[in-house]
Design a protein around this ligand. Structure first.
Ligand SMILES: C[S@@+](CC[C@H](N)C(=O)[O-])C[C@H]1O[C@@H](n2cnc3c(N)ncnc32)[C@H](O)[C@@H]1O
Length: 306
């Protein structure tokens, strides 16, 4: 491969005032539907990568090890993270991979710039520690970085215990590893279930976890209008309330509005939410009727009718 053919990559959305992303850089984050899979890049195929490094240690070391492997010798790697969300540890983590690191500090972030050394150390260990795996405790395939990757979320356990026997065609918005889908598909009257998540790693794990011909998986943004998903009989969800590492109530509210748009008149949406989240007004505005089904252990479960 010649220099001319080498690629530029960007992972996530590094703040533009902290680092320039080359025009035409390929998106590499699993949280961007349609992005290239950094793990599938031939070694040495990238001329530069700029990364907003993920907050979880296993996930961050995995992504940085993948990036360094994908870069050509001498190519530049820039990793950025908020200081209190992994940024303070990045320099040492990169030095552990045998990189010489130039670190700067700006706007509560740390910025580490390295030239990919000829020989890397410790990347195999980081790649294996962050890889997809079967988690015995949950009985599910998973991967560090996916929501609640090594324990079942207590809100989801509660929701599954309250769900009715659904019928017809439905959707699981923000399906994660597919735990809610298992509960839904216990009903033989369910004809088809769309599982939608923005995280490629979750969708890949859910493919292994939900081996049911009625399940159809989509790596997509559940807040975007999908004309194919309309007139549904039911929707289930444990809506996200984080974007990256920060709380984002608007995201859960957008899930609620989109669920209402996807349902046929009389279709139902069942959802669980941490009780502090401000969803009542949005539910009341988007649906014909809303019933609080359960309020316990810090969670609320609603049944909303379109
Ligand atoms: C609270 S978790 C629930 C996961 C799973 N349903 C469960 O019960 O364990 C929310 C899920 O929504 C996904 N998500 C976040 N933003 C999304 C978006 N815009 N579109 C689709 N999925 C999204 C996350 O990746 C995460 O898997």
């Amino acid at each position: 491969m010649t220099d001319v053919e080498l690629l530029s990559g960007v992972y996530g959305a590094p703040p533009p005032h902290l680092a320039d992303t080359p025009r035409g850089a390929r998106q590499l984050s699993p949280l961007h539907p349609g992005a290239s899979d950094l793990g599938a890049a031939p070694p040495g195929s990238y001329a530069s990568i700029v990364m907003l490094a993920p907050p979880g240690t296993l996930e961050r070391r995995y992504a940085m090890a993948q990036a360094l492997t994908a870069l050509a010798h001498g190519a530049e790697f820039t990793a950025i993270a908020p200081k209190d969300k992994g940024g303070a540890r990045m320099k040492t983590e990169l030095e552990d991979f045998s990189c010489t690191v130039a670190e700067t500090s700006k706007s509560h972030h740390r910025l580490c710039v390295v030239q990919r050394p000829e020989t890397l150390t410790g990347v195999d260990e980081a790649l294996s520690a962050g890889a997809p795996r079967f988690v015995e405790e949950t009985g599910l395939w998973s991967q560090p970085g996916v929501f609640s990757w090594d324990r079942i979320d207590p809100g989801s356990i509660l929701l599954v215990s309250r769900l009715p026997q659904f019928k017809g065609h439905g959707a699981d918005l923000g399906c994660g590893l597919g735990f809610l889908a298992h509960g839904v598909l216990r009903s033989p009257a369910v004809e088809r279930l769309e599982l939608i998540d923005i995280d490629r790693r979750a969708i890949e794990a859910a493919k292994r976890n939900v081996m049911d011909p009625r399940a159809h998986l989509h790596w997509a943004d559940a807040t975007g209008g999908d004309p194919h998903l309309s007139k549904l009989d039911f929707v289930v969800m444990n809506p996200p309330f984080h974007s990256g590492a920060s709380e984002d109530k608007a995201l859960g509210q957008a899930f609620i509005r989109n669920a209402a748009r996807m349902l046929r008149p009389g279709g139902v949406c069942w959802l669980v939410a941490n009780r502090h989240l401000p969803y009542e007004a949005v539910l009341a505005a988007a649906f014909k009727s809303v019933r609080l089904d359960h309020d316990a252990g810090g969670f609320k479960i609603y049944e909303a009718k379109a």
